[in-house]
Design a protein. Structure first.
Length: 540
């Protein structure tokens, strides 16, 4: 007996025939989704038998939706070295950091393409978080016999755990385009004794190949040692509530260290060069030598300005900088790492919170850097250039293809790590509004004595400015020498400076002052008002 009425049977057949293509699409989508999820979360790469890779890779590559191929790198160490490194890492996590004296070096090899390269491998030094994991995600690798990988003889291998790798890659390539000393960057798929096929970053270290590219005279690097800083950071990290930075974390007490780049022979010349680097860094810190006397001033100005635009202000922390002497004994400044990027609240020159003076009375590294008017003017001029509308757009257009390639690689593994381009436009607008504010100065006519007009001017801006000309009776009169007006003291009432302008007795008083922040060529017109009462608050 047929339980389905003939009429319903026909309708059911029609429904099935109609739904079959739809169900097929749903199943295909489900398979695609599961393939992408298992690949991106690492399940396929880290859980399944690596021997299945030869079968699964073609399928997974299709699931990735067009993720470009990535260079593969394999680190090989013997079991004894692996055990020793795990012990060192465990001890470092207990202490909170790993220093040179606690580290050890092991002989291993690196497989890169069809080549197997001999290498010396160690853990990367620096702070540690005691998370209880045995996954060593950061290694230092030094190739021997003059071998290099993408131009790097020594590099740090870091497993990618966040999206800042794209910002670091971009910053490194922009610095290289601007002909600044920069350490190499590359994204690879790495396999180590602790993880397989993990997307990783190759971050170049100071080596002879880099110094040759930069034209260094001696293969020497100097820096302000960070051991006291790291110890203080670890000490305060254990406290429940925030505290002020400990004094031993200050750069003013950091020992000045130097080292010979690997492969350099110690001799009388290198010893003399090391002593010169120490004396230069010490004199700069004490304030007896200025920024332009110690460093490559134009290159340093570019580096600080670009770190503003690309949100890399933290990268310029004193403990993250290395200094290499050039052929004139000036120091090249090289960031070791590109730290967490982000939108800026103010330009670098204002980050210390101290007023900009020449010389400055502040003690931070930023104060020391910016108390030199030669360096400060170069920095502001370069900020003006890179914040001009169209400059960053042209840069991104030049890097569009390569940046898109790197972003597709990273997003293929970590969909959430998209390069936030809105940060760059925000930073550009912060720079632009700082250099060209709507209100820069207040100016008031006081009196005329003979052929001299006296004006009271107050700088309402955080940057020092200079008066370069005035307008009277539609004539613009340029001053022989700009009149410098210091930046306003923070958290203090505005004070006025009295300036004297020589004018013809037949000429009316100046109606407009042409003013500019120190370091700029373009001027801003400031209307000149009049005092209500002598020595009182100004009023129109």
């Amino acid at each position: 007996m047929d339980l389905i009425p003939p009429g319903w049977r026909t309708k059911l057949y029609r429904l099935i025939s109609w739904a079959t293509p739809f169900l097929a699409l749903v199943l295909i989508g489900l398979v695609y989704f599961l393939g992408v999820r298992t690949e991106r979360t690492g399940f396929v790469r880290e859980v399944l038998d690596p021997g299945l890779k030869r079968i699964t890779n073609p399928v997974l590559n299709a699931f990735r939706g067009g993720v470009p191929p990535v260079h593969s790198l394999l680190i090989q160490l013997d079991s004894a070295a692996v055990d020793s490194m795990l012990e060192i890492e465990h001890s470092a996590k207990v202490r909170g950091w790993l220093g040179t004296s606690m580290n050890a070096y092991f002989v291993g090899s690196v497989e890169w393409g069809d080549s197997t390269l001999a290498a010396v491998i160690s853990l990367q030094e620096g702070p540690r978080i005691n998370d209880g994991k045995a996954d060593l995600g950061q290694l230092q690798v030094g190739l021997v016999m003059g071998d290099t990988i993408q131009g790097m003889q020594r590099f740090n291998l870091k497993k990618i755990t966040n999206g800042q790798v794209l910002h670091g890659w971009l910053m490194a390539h922009v610095l290289a385009e601007q002909r600044l000393p920069v350490l190499g960057r590359s994204i690879v798929e790495a396999t180590t004794p602790w993880y397989k096929n993990g997307l990783s970053s190759l971050e170049g270290a100071l080596d002879s190949t880099a110094l040759v590219r930069w034209g260094a005279e001696n293969f020497i690097a100097g820096w302000y040692g960070n051991e006291l800083y790291l110890a203080a950071q670890q000490e305060t990290a254990e406290l429940k509530y925030p505290v002020d930075p400990l004094r031993q974390a200050d750069w003013l007490v950091a020992p000045i260290l130097t080292s010979l780049i690997a492969g350099t022979t110690k001799n009388a010349q290198t010893t003399k060069a090391q002593e010169l680097v120490v004396r230069s860094l010490d004199a700069f810190r004490k304030g007896s030598r200025s920024t332009s006397e110690v460093f490559q001033v134009n290159a340093l100005a570019k580096l600080y300005a670009l770190s503003d635009l690309f949100g890399q202000q933290r990268t310029m922390a004193w403990w993250n900088l290395r200094f290499v002497p050039d052929s004139t004994a000036r120091l090249m400044t090289v960031p070791l790492q590109y730290l967490e990027p982000g939108p800026i609240a103010r330009i670098h020159a204002l980050t210390s919170g101290n007023v900009i003076r020449f010389p400055s009375n502040g003690s931070d590294l930023i104060d020391r850097m910016f108390n030199d008017p030669v360096f400060y003017r170069a920095y502001v001029a370069y900020l003006d250039t890179i914040s001009t509308p169209g400059w960053s757009e042209a840069l991104f257009e030049r890097y569009a293809a390569e940046l898109d390639l790197q972003e597709r690689i990273v997003v293929g593994y970590f969909p959430q790590y998209v390069l936030d381009r809105a940060i760059f436009e925000h930073n550009r607008l912060v720079i632009r509004s700082t250099l060209y504010p709507k209100d820069l100065m207040l100016a008031y006519f006081e009196d005329r004595i003979g052929a001299v007009d006296r004006l009271a001017v107050g700088n309402v801006h955080a940057l020092p400015v200079e008066v370069v000309a005035f307008v009277a009776e539609n004539d613009t009169v340029e001053l022989e020498k700009p009149i410098f007006i210091a930046a306003r003291e923070p958290d203090m009432p505005l004070t006025y400076d009295m300036i004297r302008l020589e004018v013809s007795s037949a000429t009316s008083s100046p109606s407009v002052l042409l003013v500019r922040p120190v370091g700029l060529h373009s001027t801003i017109a400031v209307h000149v008002g009049s005092w209500n009462t002598f020595s009182s608050n100004p009023a129109e």
